[in-house]
Design a protein around this ligand. Sequence first.
Ligand code: SF4
Ligand code: SF4
Length: 483
Amino acid sequence: MTDDSGQSQNSTNLGLDPNRLSMLDKDGSRSRIIPAEVTGYWMKRRNAVYTFLIVLFLFLPWTKINGEQTILLDIPNRKFALFGITFWAHDAPMIFLIVAIFAFGLTLITSIWGRVWCGWACPQTVFIDFIYRRIERWVEGDYIQRRQLNSSELSFNKIFKLTIKWFLFFIVSSLIAHSFTAYFVGSDQLTKWVYSGDISAHQTTFLIVLFITAVLLFDFGWFREQFCIIMCPYGRFQSVLMDQRSLAVLYDEKRGEPRKGLENPEKPRGDCVSCNRCVQVCPTGIDIRKGLQMECIACTACIDACDTIMTKVNKPKGLIKYATVSGKTNHIYKGRQLLYLAICVALFAALLYLVSVRKSVDVAILRAQDTPYQTVETATGKKILNHFKLHSKNQNTKDLKQEIFFPPELNLEVRMQSNPYEIKGGESLTTHFFILFDPAILDSTGAKKINLKIKTVSHPDEETELSQEISLIGPNQPKREGL
Ligand code: SF4
Ligand code: SF4
């Protein structure tokens, strides 16, 4: 059933069954929601935030800090660059801390400010509201024209408008898909592949971009509010994270009821004039006057719509507003919010600590697990052989060259596969070396501590030197596990 504008009655929630989802008709089929345009105080602010977020999302992968992409999630090479710091797979504890901070931060924000993420920052809301609906308006007209077109029979005009709309949707989806892919393969690489024009050489990436484009077209172009209502896991968590003191978009029932048309006209009426404007602008098709609902993404469209009506009927604004169910608000310094905050601060402190102690090159030399020493007969007499294991980690993105220097005055003979040796960016190297020495250098306890100098050249101009002490051991020494 449709109203004069072509919107199904269900979508406008006139006589809505409270047990049925707002987007469904009586027979269970989808009732397409085409929200009316809205302007106002919150819309202006939302548009500013959306513009900022879209620009940020599209341009961030094309920017660099310290020569590295600002955000790069290179999963095949297990390399993650975040604002000038590069993490590798062996930095899993730090990556875990970042994810945990994000999760607890979102929990904290939701418990105080409700679904602010959904209405103000979720890509689903941002892209649909700011880009896809604008294209729709531009091609098909205002919400009344769009609703009429939606319910009209197939005609040349309808096919023409739908073709233009979906073509523009495709262009936008493809651009978003390219930027999204750049976060994972790197913008330099992606640009090279795109300009090479050789699809067969980069088939996998091409198919991934195509797949993301198709998913975006499906979701932002057609599926829309259904994702928020039936699929979004975060939406499902709301009832757990929010309580009666969390901020939400609410209708002031005391002030609004009894609304016009529901009660005897002789009786005093509330401020709601039953214009249904708040329902018409709602992107999830609900009636906020029925109370807080899971489908509400707190987009504030109904606040602006109702404020406009209140201004027209000379009543104060705020019949629908940001408020809490209990009238009291949660504070960041009380109750569970304080606990969430403490966890966030502790996780952040742990992350800062790990970042501050993280060396760009990490070298460890340990005695090998086999015999502590061996006595060897050589042409120049009896010698002692010690076996060591070297583990070196390159946390930089560039390859480096490393060389170990042994004290020359002890005439040590060193057997090592290669010295200097190279370690690729982000990789580790484990190698073994053997030291052959004259037992005369050992002291009375049968040991000799020596200092190794490890010189690292990570860039033609960047040279660092570490030193590590090891013990040479020989006969008459009790067996020792470590150094
Ligand atoms: S009820 Fe209001 S705030 Fe909630 S989704 Fe609908 S228009 Fe947005
Ligand atoms: S927009 Fe305001 S006045 Fe109109 S129906 Fe909604 S709550 Fe009532």
